[in-house]
Design a protein around this ligand. Structure first.
Ligand code: FMN
Length: 369
Protein backbone atom coordinates (compact mmCIF):
# COMPACT_ATOMS: atom_id res chain seq x y z
CA UNK A 1 0.00 0.00 0.00
CA UNK A 2 1.47 3.37 -0.92
CA UNK A 3 1.80 5.75 1.98
CA UNK A 4 -0.79 8.49 2.45
CA UNK A 5 1.70 10.51 4.50
CA UNK A 6 3.93 10.74 1.46
CA UNK A 7 1.15 11.45 -0.99
CA UNK A 8 0.76 14.90 -2.50
CA UNK A 9 -1.72 17.37 -1.07
CA UNK A 10 -3.17 20.37 -2.84
CA UNK A 11 -4.72 23.51 -1.38
CA UNK A 12 -5.74 26.00 -4.07
CA UNK A 13 -2.70 26.08 -6.43
CA UNK A 14 -0.23 25.01 -3.77
CA UNK A 15 0.87 21.40 -4.13
CA UNK A 16 2.70 19.89 -1.19
CA UNK A 17 4.98 16.94 -1.90
CA UNK A 18 3.74 15.17 1.24
CA UNK A 19 1.56 15.72 4.32
CA UNK A 20 4.40 16.49 6.74
CA UNK A 21 4.51 20.05 8.05
CA UNK A 22 7.12 21.75 10.21
CA UNK A 23 5.04 23.40 12.92
CA UNK A 24 5.69 27.10 13.54
CA UNK A 25 8.19 27.55 16.37
CA UNK A 26 9.20 30.90 17.87
CA UNK A 27 12.96 31.22 18.16
CA UNK A 28 13.25 34.39 20.25
CA UNK A 29 16.14 35.33 17.99
CA UNK A 30 14.87 38.37 16.11
CA UNK A 31 16.52 41.76 16.24
CA UNK A 32 13.98 44.57 16.24
CA UNK A 33 11.57 42.18 14.52
CA UNK A 34 14.18 41.31 11.90
CA UNK A 35 15.15 37.75 11.02
CA UNK A 36 18.81 37.06 11.81
CA UNK A 37 21.58 34.58 11.01
CA UNK A 38 19.94 32.18 13.44
CA UNK A 39 16.90 32.05 11.17
CA UNK A 40 19.10 31.30 8.15
CA UNK A 41 20.46 28.29 9.95
CA UNK A 42 17.22 27.20 11.64
CA UNK A 43 14.89 27.59 8.65
CA UNK A 44 17.59 26.68 6.15
CA UNK A 45 18.07 23.20 7.56
CA UNK A 46 14.34 22.66 8.02
CA UNK A 47 13.80 23.61 4.36
CA UNK A 48 15.90 20.60 3.32
CA UNK A 49 14.24 18.31 5.88
CA UNK A 50 11.93 16.64 3.37
CA UNK A 51 8.78 18.13 4.95
CA UNK A 52 6.23 19.22 2.37
CA UNK A 53 5.58 22.50 4.15
CA UNK A 54 7.61 24.64 6.53
CA UNK A 55 5.65 27.23 8.50
CA UNK A 56 7.82 29.94 9.98
CA UNK A 57 7.36 31.11 13.55
CA UNK A 58 4.62 33.36 14.91
CA UNK A 59 5.46 36.73 13.36
CA UNK A 60 4.00 39.87 14.88
CA UNK A 61 1.90 42.20 12.73
CA UNK A 62 2.92 45.23 14.80
CA UNK A 63 5.43 45.96 17.57
CA UNK A 64 2.75 45.83 20.32
CA UNK A 65 1.82 42.36 19.13
CA UNK A 66 5.25 40.93 19.90
CA UNK A 67 5.43 38.62 22.88
CA UNK A 68 9.06 39.51 23.45
CA UNK A 69 11.54 41.97 21.98
CA UNK A 70 13.10 39.07 20.13
CA UNK A 71 9.97 38.02 18.21
CA UNK A 72 9.98 38.21 14.46
CA UNK A 73 7.85 41.01 13.05
CA UNK A 74 6.51 41.93 9.65
CA UNK A 75 5.56 45.54 10.21
CA UNK A 76 8.43 47.49 8.62
CA UNK A 77 10.37 47.56 5.36
CA UNK A 78 13.41 46.46 7.34
CA UNK A 79 11.53 43.40 8.69
CA UNK A 80 10.38 42.57 5.19
CA UNK A 81 13.87 42.79 3.71
CA UNK A 82 15.40 40.66 6.49
CA UNK A 83 12.77 37.93 6.14
CA UNK A 84 12.95 38.03 2.34
CA UNK A 85 16.68 37.35 2.64
CA UNK A 86 16.05 34.19 4.70
CA UNK A 87 13.02 32.97 2.75
CA UNK A 88 14.72 33.52 -0.61
CA UNK A 89 17.64 31.46 0.70
CA UNK A 90 15.29 28.65 1.79
CA UNK A 91 13.47 28.67 -1.54
CA UNK A 92 16.67 28.50 -3.57
CA UNK A 93 18.22 25.74 -1.48
CA UNK A 94 15.37 23.73 0.01
CA UNK A 95 12.49 21.56 -1.05
CA UNK A 96 9.71 22.58 1.35
CA UNK A 97 6.96 25.01 0.46
CA UNK A 98 7.02 28.01 2.74
CA UNK A 99 4.26 29.37 4.94
CA UNK A 100 4.23 32.15 7.51
CA UNK A 101 2.27 32.35 10.72
CA UNK A 102 0.97 35.87 11.42
CA UNK A 103 -0.06 36.88 14.89
CA UNK A 104 -0.61 39.40 17.62
CA UNK A 105 0.26 38.31 21.17
CA UNK A 106 -2.70 40.16 22.73
CA UNK A 107 -2.77 40.13 26.51
CA UNK A 108 0.24 37.83 26.75
CA UNK A 109 2.61 40.34 25.10
CA UNK A 110 5.50 42.27 26.68
CA UNK A 111 7.46 39.40 28.24
CA UNK A 112 11.02 38.12 28.36
CA UNK A 113 12.18 35.26 26.14
CA UNK A 114 11.43 31.58 26.76
CA UNK A 115 14.83 30.98 28.34
CA UNK A 116 14.47 34.10 30.52
CA UNK A 117 11.25 32.69 31.94
CA UNK A 118 8.63 34.57 29.89
CA UNK A 119 8.26 37.11 32.69
CA UNK A 120 6.10 40.21 32.21
CA UNK A 121 8.05 43.38 31.38
CA UNK A 122 6.21 46.35 32.90
CA UNK A 123 5.95 49.48 30.78
CA UNK A 124 8.28 51.46 33.09
CA UNK A 125 10.92 48.72 32.64
CA UNK A 126 10.92 48.81 28.84
CA UNK A 127 7.70 46.91 28.20
CA UNK A 128 4.86 48.08 25.99
CA UNK A 129 1.10 48.62 26.02
CA UNK A 130 -0.72 45.35 25.44
CA UNK A 131 -4.18 44.87 23.98
CA UNK A 132 -6.97 42.38 24.42
CA UNK A 133 -10.73 42.05 24.13
CA UNK A 134 -11.11 43.47 27.66
CA UNK A 135 -8.75 44.84 30.30
CA UNK A 136 -8.66 41.54 32.20
CA UNK A 137 -5.01 40.47 32.36
CA UNK A 138 -3.59 37.00 31.89
CA UNK A 139 -2.42 36.24 35.45
CA UNK A 140 1.06 37.64 36.03
CA UNK A 141 1.13 39.66 32.81
CA UNK A 142 0.59 43.39 32.16
CA UNK A 143 -2.93 44.77 32.31
CA UNK A 144 -4.07 45.09 28.69
CA UNK A 145 -6.09 47.87 27.15
CA UNK A 146 -9.45 46.75 25.76
CA UNK A 147 -9.54 47.41 22.04
CA UNK A 148 -12.23 49.86 21.02
CA UNK A 149 -13.78 49.79 17.53
CA UNK A 150 -11.02 51.98 16.11
CA UNK A 151 -8.40 49.76 17.74
CA UNK A 152 -10.02 46.66 16.26
CA UNK A 153 -9.86 48.23 12.78
CA UNK A 154 -6.23 49.22 13.38
CA UNK A 155 -5.30 45.61 14.27
CA UNK A 156 -7.14 44.20 11.26
CA UNK A 157 -5.28 46.68 9.05
CA UNK A 158 -1.98 45.54 10.58
CA UNK A 159 -2.76 41.90 9.69
CA UNK A 160 -3.62 42.98 6.14
CA UNK A 161 -0.42 44.98 5.72
CA UNK A 162 1.69 42.08 7.02
CA UNK A 163 -0.08 39.73 4.59
CA UNK A 164 0.79 42.04 1.71
CA UNK A 165 4.41 41.98 2.83
CA UNK A 166 4.30 38.17 3.10
CA UNK A 167 3.10 38.01 -0.49
CA UNK A 168 5.91 40.26 -1.69
CA UNK A 169 8.42 38.05 0.13
CA UNK A 170 7.04 35.09 -1.79
CA UNK A 171 5.44 33.00 0.93
CA UNK A 172 3.25 30.22 -0.46
CA UNK A 173 0.63 30.39 2.26
CA UNK A 174 -0.40 32.12 5.49
CA UNK A 175 -1.52 30.64 8.77
CA UNK A 176 -3.38 33.11 11.00
CA UNK A 177 -2.47 32.37 14.61
CA UNK A 178 -5.77 32.20 16.46
CA UNK A 179 -4.56 29.96 19.31
CA UNK A 180 -2.57 29.87 22.56
CA UNK A 181 -4.16 32.80 24.39
CA UNK A 182 -3.03 35.46 21.93
CA UNK A 183 -5.16 38.33 20.62
CA UNK A 184 -7.49 36.33 18.37
CA UNK A 185 -7.99 33.70 21.06
CA UNK A 186 -8.59 36.54 23.59
CA UNK A 187 -11.67 37.40 21.54
CA UNK A 188 -12.82 33.80 21.09
CA UNK A 189 -12.62 32.66 24.70
CA UNK A 190 -15.38 33.65 27.12
CA UNK A 191 -12.67 33.82 29.82
CA UNK A 192 -10.99 36.80 28.14
CA UNK A 193 -13.94 38.22 26.20
CA UNK A 194 -16.76 39.58 28.34
CA UNK A 195 -17.46 42.48 25.98
CA UNK A 196 -21.02 43.65 25.65
CA UNK A 197 -20.71 45.14 22.14
CA UNK A 198 -20.90 43.33 18.78
CA UNK A 199 -17.45 41.79 19.32
CA UNK A 200 -18.39 39.87 22.45
CA UNK A 201 -21.19 38.15 24.31
CA UNK A 202 -22.56 35.38 22.12
CA UNK A 203 -20.40 32.88 20.26
CA UNK A 204 -21.20 34.81 17.06
CA UNK A 205 -19.96 38.03 18.67
CA UNK A 206 -16.76 36.44 19.97
CA UNK A 207 -16.01 34.96 16.53
CA UNK A 208 -16.52 38.29 14.75
CA UNK A 209 -12.99 39.75 15.12
CA UNK A 210 -11.21 36.54 14.03
CA UNK A 211 -13.55 36.17 11.05
CA UNK A 212 -13.06 39.82 10.08
CA UNK A 213 -9.28 39.34 10.16
CA UNK A 214 -9.65 36.25 7.99
CA UNK A 215 -11.90 38.10 5.50
CA UNK A 216 -9.67 41.16 5.33
CA UNK A 217 -6.55 39.09 4.64
CA UNK A 218 -8.37 36.96 2.09
CA UNK A 219 -9.20 40.12 0.12
CA UNK A 220 -5.53 41.00 -0.39
CA UNK A 221 -3.98 37.52 -0.34
CA UNK A 222 -3.77 36.12 -3.91
CA UNK A 223 -6.61 33.77 -4.80
CA UNK A 224 -4.26 30.95 -5.74
CA UNK A 225 -2.55 30.89 -2.33
CA UNK A 226 -4.03 29.08 0.69
CA UNK A 227 -5.00 30.84 3.91
CA UNK A 228 -5.61 28.83 7.08
CA UNK A 229 -5.97 29.39 10.79
CA UNK A 230 -4.52 27.75 13.88
CA UNK A 231 -6.93 27.62 16.78
CA UNK A 232 -6.94 26.30 20.29
CA UNK A 233 -9.70 23.74 19.83
CA UNK A 234 -10.45 23.80 23.57
CA UNK A 235 -9.47 25.91 26.59
CA UNK A 236 -9.37 22.69 28.65
CA UNK A 237 -11.47 24.37 31.36
CA UNK A 238 -15.20 24.15 32.06
CA UNK A 239 -16.90 27.34 30.88
CA UNK A 240 -14.24 28.17 28.29
CA UNK A 241 -13.93 27.80 24.51
CA UNK A 242 -14.96 24.28 23.52
CA UNK A 243 -14.44 21.77 20.77
CA UNK A 244 -18.06 22.29 19.70
CA UNK A 245 -17.36 26.04 19.41
CA UNK A 246 -14.38 25.13 17.21
CA UNK A 247 -16.65 23.16 14.89
CA UNK A 248 -18.94 26.20 14.57
CA UNK A 249 -15.96 28.47 13.83
CA UNK A 250 -14.64 25.98 11.28
CA UNK A 251 -18.02 25.96 9.50
CA UNK A 252 -18.06 29.77 9.41
CA UNK A 253 -14.51 29.90 8.05
CA UNK A 254 -15.21 27.18 5.52
CA UNK A 255 -18.15 29.16 4.16
CA UNK A 256 -15.66 31.95 3.53
CA UNK A 257 -13.17 29.73 1.70
CA UNK A 258 -10.69 29.08 4.52
CA UNK A 259 -8.31 26.36 3.39
CA UNK A 260 -7.54 24.55 6.63
CA UNK A 261 -7.54 24.63 10.41
CA UNK A 262 -4.72 23.49 12.66
CA UNK A 263 -6.16 22.04 15.84
CA UNK A 264 -3.94 23.04 18.73
CA UNK A 265 -5.29 23.70 22.23
CA UNK A 266 -4.95 25.63 25.46
CA UNK A 267 -3.14 28.80 26.44
CA UNK A 268 -6.17 30.83 27.43
CA UNK A 269 -5.99 30.56 31.22
CA UNK A 270 -3.49 28.96 33.63
CA UNK A 271 -6.19 26.76 35.22
CA UNK A 272 -6.24 24.59 32.11
CA UNK A 273 -6.19 20.83 32.71
CA UNK A 274 -4.26 19.55 29.71
CA UNK A 275 -4.32 15.82 29.10
CA UNK A 276 -1.08 15.39 27.24
CA UNK A 277 -0.02 12.16 25.55
CA UNK A 278 0.89 10.84 22.09
CA UNK A 279 -1.27 12.53 19.47
CA UNK A 280 -3.37 14.15 22.20
CA UNK A 281 -4.84 16.84 19.94
CA UNK A 282 -5.54 14.55 16.98
CA UNK A 283 -9.16 13.88 18.08
CA UNK A 284 -9.76 17.64 17.85
CA UNK A 285 -8.58 17.76 14.23
CA UNK A 286 -10.66 14.66 13.53
CA UNK A 287 -13.91 16.02 14.97
CA UNK A 288 -13.51 19.41 13.27
CA UNK A 289 -12.81 17.67 9.96
CA UNK A 290 -15.73 15.26 10.30
CA UNK A 291 -18.34 17.75 11.46
CA UNK A 292 -17.42 20.83 9.44
CA UNK A 293 -15.84 19.29 6.35
CA UNK A 294 -12.85 21.57 6.90
CA UNK A 295 -9.37 20.40 5.91
CA UNK A 296 -7.36 19.93 9.10
CA UNK A 297 -3.79 19.78 10.27
CA UNK A 298 -3.13 17.70 13.38
CA UNK A 299 -0.36 18.68 15.79
CA UNK A 300 0.93 17.66 19.21
CA UNK A 301 3.20 14.77 20.13
CA UNK A 302 3.15 13.18 16.72
CA UNK A 303 6.56 11.59 16.77
CA UNK A 304 6.44 8.25 14.93
CA UNK A 305 6.25 7.60 11.20
CA UNK A 306 3.55 4.96 11.50
CA UNK A 307 1.55 7.12 13.91
CA UNK A 308 1.66 10.00 11.40
CA UNK A 309 0.75 7.63 8.57
CA UNK A 310 -2.25 6.30 10.51
CA UNK A 311 -3.54 9.82 11.25
CA UNK A 312 -3.70 10.83 7.60
CA UNK A 313 -4.54 7.39 6.18
CA UNK A 314 -7.52 6.96 8.53
CA UNK A 315 -8.81 10.45 7.70
CA UNK A 316 -8.34 11.98 11.15
CA UNK A 317 -6.49 14.87 9.52
CA UNK A 318 -5.19 15.86 6.10
CA UNK A 319 -1.74 16.95 7.28
CA UNK A 320 0.40 16.41 10.36
CA UNK A 321 2.59 19.10 11.89
CA UNK A 322 5.63 18.28 13.98
CA UNK A 323 7.29 20.76 16.31
CA UNK A 324 9.70 19.43 18.90
CA UNK A 325 10.24 16.23 16.93
CA UNK A 326 11.67 18.28 14.08
CA UNK A 327 13.99 20.23 16.38
CA UNK A 328 15.29 17.00 17.85
CA UNK A 329 15.60 15.24 14.53
CA UNK A 330 15.44 17.68 11.62
CA UNK A 331 15.71 14.78 9.16
CA UNK A 332 12.57 13.15 10.55
CA UNK A 333 10.87 13.05 7.12
CA UNK A 334 13.87 11.19 5.64
CA UNK A 335 13.68 8.56 8.36
CA UNK A 336 9.90 8.31 7.98
CA UNK A 337 10.28 7.86 4.21
CA UNK A 338 12.79 5.09 4.75
CA UNK A 339 10.54 3.34 7.27
CA UNK A 340 7.51 3.59 5.00
CA UNK A 341 9.43 2.77 1.82
CA UNK A 342 8.72 6.11 0.21
CA UNK A 343 10.60 8.85 -1.58
CA UNK A 344 11.25 12.27 -0.15
CA UNK A 345 13.02 15.49 -1.08
CA UNK A 346 16.73 15.03 -0.65
CA UNK A 347 19.37 17.57 -1.65
CA UNK A 348 21.89 16.07 -4.06
CA UNK A 349 24.73 17.47 -1.96
CA UNK A 350 23.82 14.93 0.76
CA UNK A 351 23.63 11.92 -1.54
CA UNK A 352 26.31 10.08 0.38
CA UNK A 353 24.76 10.57 3.81
CA UNK A 354 23.40 7.03 4.12
CA UNK A 355 25.11 3.80 3.06
CA UNK A 356 21.84 2.42 1.66
CA UNK A 357 21.30 5.53 -0.36
CA UNK A 358 21.27 5.17 -4.12
CA UNK A 359 20.10 7.96 -6.36
CA UNK A 360 16.50 7.25 -7.31
CA UNK A 361 16.08 4.77 -4.46
CA UNK A 362 14.10 6.06 -1.50
CA UNK A 363 15.36 9.60 -1.80
CA UNK A 364 15.43 11.81 -4.80
CA UNK A 365 16.64 15.29 -5.67
CA UNK A 366 14.07 18.04 -5.48
CA UNK A 367 11.58 18.37 -8.27
CA UNK A 368 11.83 21.40 -10.51
CA UNK A 369 9.99 24.39 -9.07
C1 FMN B 1 10.26 26.10 20.74
C2 FMN B 1 8.80 26.15 20.41
C3 FMN B 1 8.25 27.31 19.87
C4 FMN B 1 6.90 27.35 19.50
N1 FMN B 1 6.39 28.46 18.88
C5 FMN B 1 5.16 28.42 18.33
C6 FMN B 1 4.72 29.45 17.46
O1 FMN B 1 5.45 30.39 17.14
N2 FMN B 1 3.45 29.36 16.99
C7 FMN B 1 2.62 28.31 17.30
O2 FMN B 1 1.48 28.27 16.86
N3 FMN B 1 3.05 27.30 18.08
C8 FMN B 1 4.30 27.32 18.57
N4 FMN B 1 4.76 26.26 19.29
C9 FMN B 1 3.90 25.06 19.39
C10 FMN B 1 4.25 24.07 18.27
O3 FMN B 1 4.02 24.62 17.00
C11 FMN B 1 3.44 22.77 18.43
O4 FMN B 1 2.07 23.06 18.23
C12 FMN B 1 3.62 22.13 19.80
O5 FMN B 1 4.99 22.11 20.16
C13 FMN B 1 3.07 20.71 19.82
O6 FMN B 1 3.64 19.93 18.80
P1 FMN B 1 4.90 18.94 19.08
O7 FMN B 1 4.48 17.99 20.17
O8 FMN B 1 5.14 18.28 17.78
O9 FMN B 1 6.05 19.81 19.52
C14 FMN B 1 6.08 26.21 19.71
C15 FMN B 1 6.63 25.07 20.28
C16 FMN B 1 7.98 25.02 20.61
C17 FMN B 1 8.55 23.74 21.17
Amino acid sequence: MPSTLFSKFKMRDLELANRIVVSPMGQYSGDNGNATEWHMMHLGHLAVSGAGLLITEATAVNPQGRLSKTDLGLYSDENEAALEHVIGFCRRNGGAKLGIQLYHGGRKSSITTAWEGQKAIPIDKGGWVTYSATDTPYPGRNIPEALDEAGIQREIAAFVKAAERANRIGFDMIEIHGAHGYLIHNFLSPFSNTRTDGYGGSLQGRMRFPIEIYEAIRKVWPDHKPLGMRISATDWVEGGWTLDDSVVLAKELKKRGCDYITASSGGSVPEQQLQVGPGYQVPFAEKIRRESGMTTMAVGLITEARQAEEIVASGQADMVALGRGMLFNPRWPWHAAMELGEQVYYPPQYERSHPKMRAGDFLKPRAEK
